[in-house]
Ligand binder design. Structure first.
Ligand SMILES: [Zn+2]
Length: 317
């Protein structure tokens, strides 16, 4: 039996898993993320990995590889985290820092959205696919791409940033400093922003009632629930949201013609209430007779860990 470690470093926690040949979790753990720099984070992750091995009674020599996913950009050699804003990593040589703790085991790094797509390829919505795209609707709009059976990192290591493709020229401001990015229309944050505009415009509406008129209490789930319940203003917000998401999906279809587009993140918990009108919107805008299956991502929060664990395989092919 060969074992692999996948680590997903996020701004609040570090999740790590020990996976067997079948990509089943033998052990999994989570520790808080501290902004203490790459050296100290690597030491904490190394201790976490040793804890997983001890828990499973497995020796280090049985490990094939260690993969680490980070929410940020890497250099072309995939050795240095150039910029991971939420981690406070800027030019952090994370691969060497991790490798120092495990000299005999290959260590790989990846962007977390790309790793999530790779996870879906090996155990989720993309199994058997050659070309597939993953969109994650959360605080931002994340994207990962499988191209010709492998994780795609861009021609120069920056790809893909679907969240910062411009959807509306001169539109809503985005966190990146540009106006009109897809993220500014399709993230959960964007849905909340629009729901709060509707809240202010409709003091007698359900959005106002459910939040007590306090925009700070607005959530994506609350906005969706009000739309589901038939509140006109909330429905209008949700319909516009679905339309923007449909445009992003259609652009991906027209550009790449993938076999599957999977959508993950909290907004997806809306289920058919999201997917039915989304598929209808895509059907109306797409000029291909047949095109990508549009479905929910399958792995949830574990996608990044599983993908990180498979980085060795992605390299070795
Ligand atoms: Zn942007």
């Amino acid at each position: 039996m060969v074992y692999r470690i996948g680590v997903d470093i996020g701004g609040t926690k570090i999740a790590a898993g020990l996976l067997d040949d079948n990509l089943d979790f033998v052990a999994i753990s989570s520790i808080p993320f501290m902004r203490v720099g790459g050296e100290a984070v690597s030491a904490a992750v190394a201790a976490q990995i040793r804890g997983l091995l001890a828990e499973a009674g497995i020796g280090e020599q049985a490990l094939q590889s260690i993969g680490v996913a980070v929410p940020g950009s890497l250099d072309a050699q995939e050795a240095v985290v150039l910029d991971a804003h939420n981690l406070g990593f800027h030019g952090e040589p994370l691969r060497a820092q991790m490798q120092a703790h495990f000299p005999a085991i290959p260590v790989y790094l990846a962007n977390d959205a790309n790793a999530a797509a790779l996870g879906e390829l090996h155990k989720g919505a993309f199994v058997g696919c050659q070309t597939a795209a993953l969109l994650t609707l959360g605080t931002g709009l994340g994207g990962g791409l499988i191209l010709n059976g492998r994780m795609f990192n861009g021609g120069r290591g920056n790809g893909i940033e679907v969240g910062h493709t411009v959807l509306v020229d001169g539109g809503e401001p985005c966190t990146c400093g540009i106006h009109g990015c897809s993220e500014a229309y399709c993230s959960a944050t964007a849905l909340i922003r629009e729901a709060n505009r509707a809240l202010r415009a409709n003091p007698a509406g359900m959005l106002h009632k459910e939040t007590g008129g306090d925009p700070a209490r607005m959530t994506a789930k609350l906005a969706i629930d009000c739309a589901k319940a038939g509140d006109a203003a909330a429905k209008q917000v949700f319909d516009a949201y679905v339309g923007h998401l449909g445009s992003v999906v259609v652009s991906i279809i027209h550009m790449l013609d993938p076999e599957v587009i999977a959508i993950g993140g909290g907004v997806c918990r809306a289920g058919d209430f999201l997917f039915d009108p989304l598929r209808e919107d895509v059907r109306a805008k797409c000029f291909f007779g047949s095109y990508a299956k549009i479905c929910a991502a399958q792995l949830g929060n574990e996608a990044g860990i599983i993908g990180a664990a498979m980085l060795h395989y992605n390299k070795a092919r």
